[in-house]
Design a protein around this ligand. Sequence first.
Ligand code: ZN
Length: 116
Amino acid sequence: MHELAIAQSIFEAVETRATECKAIRVKGVRLKIGEASGIVADSLAFCFEMLTSLDPMLAGAHLLVDAVPHRARCRHCDREFAIANYIAQCPACQEWSTDIVSGTELQILEMEYETA
Ligand SMILES: [Zn+2]
């Protein structure tokens, strides 16, 4: 279950940032997770909640996830298309030479917190 390790990294990043911002309580964290990142959002939220429940500053913080679709652009005809089942073949010209546009990201977008 690699979501636990990822949740741990996010937890640490949020905790560091919250301390820098002089937050007394973190209310929520918004993430961007690509469809092809291999991360199961529900498992990640579960692990995140488990970690935050032990921390006075982060206890009760909710995790919001923006799912980003896996998309590519064809180098041959410049068409952008949705990748299904990790197959990045252009549906228009059948070309395999494509660039990934989105879907592999994991990023903290924002966090909501209270200060004293
Ligand atoms: Zn094409």
